[in-house]
Design a protein around this ligand. Structure first.
Ligand SMILES: [Zn+2]
Length: 316
């Protein structure tokens, strides 16, 4: 399949020092992808900064200026030390959002079958007017909002398997029925950011279009797949998505230092395989997946390489 790989060296220049979310993550991913000789099978795409109009689909314009000023003025972080900054962080964050918009556009237009966006900083914790949890701009939310605003889609599915709840994405769409947000993450009583309980189901028109499946610490591949197949897949099929997006965080891996879930690469692969089949059956395979967390370099690199290879593989 024609799989786009969106990456730009600007993502390495969001310099966070010894913060767990640092450029070593992307270096490990790129190293592994080269080692596996995957690039020859992918369509490499460079990136561009998102426009103010694109970012404003999700974020307050004043907040955009706050991030820019904070980064350019040499402020060490925004809101909390979790959200570390360097001079080029604003540019890196804007390029992540721009890459997401280009990826969804090229897949919507059929130039690509699917795509992976290998960016940092990540995005799913970023709120309308606030940086949170290593995130500045909510890339996946911007991509989803862009699709409904510009391509006329009425049913976009976002599946978030990062070990942390995608609070920013949920809050962006919780009152809408044209974007279904579903998340599997570690139980909020035991894990950052403390939201994503089963009872959070959306409101108003969006009631039922937010689905949270918190998982207990030490949940395994089998635990995940059983809930995924019983509770998510039937709902996804019924929703009949026109486009699918994945917040692909690999910090639910059993070796990840930041959380306590016990997935292996096989678990991530199984979820992607099911989602890819869903995309092929419902929306001509239209699927864009974007990097969120994952803090064990080697496991992250292995999982991403396998993820991208599975995206690219021809359907059997
Ligand atoms: Zn995470």
């Amino acid at each position: 399949m024609k799989t786009g790989f969106f990456y730009d060296p600007i993502f390495l220049h969001h310099d966070t020092g010894d913060h767990p979310e640092n450029a070593g993550r992307l270096r490990a991913i790129l190293g592994r992808i080269q080692e596996d000789d995957l690039l020859s099978r992918l369509i490499e795409k460079s990136t561009r900064p998102a426009t103010q109009q694109e970012v404003a689909l999700i974020h307050d314009v004043e907040y955009l200026r706050i991030v820019e000023e904070a980064a350019l003025s040499g402020q060490p972080f925004l809101n909390s030390p979790d959200c570390a900054l360097s001079e080029q962080s604003y540019d890196a964050a804007l390029n992540g959002a721009g890459a997401m918009v280009d990826a969804v556009l090229e897949v919507a237009e059929g130039k690509l079958d699917n795509a992976f966006v290998a960016c940092r900083p990540p995005g799913h914790h970023a709120e309308h007017g606030a940086a949170m949890g290593f995130c500045f701009f909510n890339n996946i939310a911007i991509g989803a909002a862009w699709l409904t605003a510009n391509m006329g889609y009425e049913r976009v599915l976002i599946f978030d398997f990062d070990v942390h709840h995608g609070n920013g994405t949920q809050h962006a769409f919780e009152s809408r029925d044209d974007i279904l947000f579903a998340s599997m993450h570690q139980d909020p009583l035991t894990c950052y950011p403390g939201t994503g309980f089963t009872g959070e189901r959306g409101n108003g028109d969006g009631l039922g279009y937010t689905i949270n499946l918190p998982m207990p610490p030490y949940a395994t591949d089998a635990d995940y797949m059983s809930l995924f197949r019983d509770q998510l897949l039937p709902r996804f099929r019924e929703y009949d998505p026109q486009f699918i997006l994945i917040s692909a965080g690999f910090d639910a891996h059993r070796d990840d230092p930041l959380a306590q879930i016990a997935l292996t690469q096989n678990g991530f692969d199984q979820m992607l395989t099911e989602i890819k089949t869903l995309a092929l059956n419902h929306c001509q395979g239209r699927l864009v997946t974007i990097l969120e967390g994952g803090y064990h370099y080697q496991r992250l690199a292995e999982c991403v390489a396998s993820h991208v290879a599975l995206l690219q593989a021809d359907p059997t």
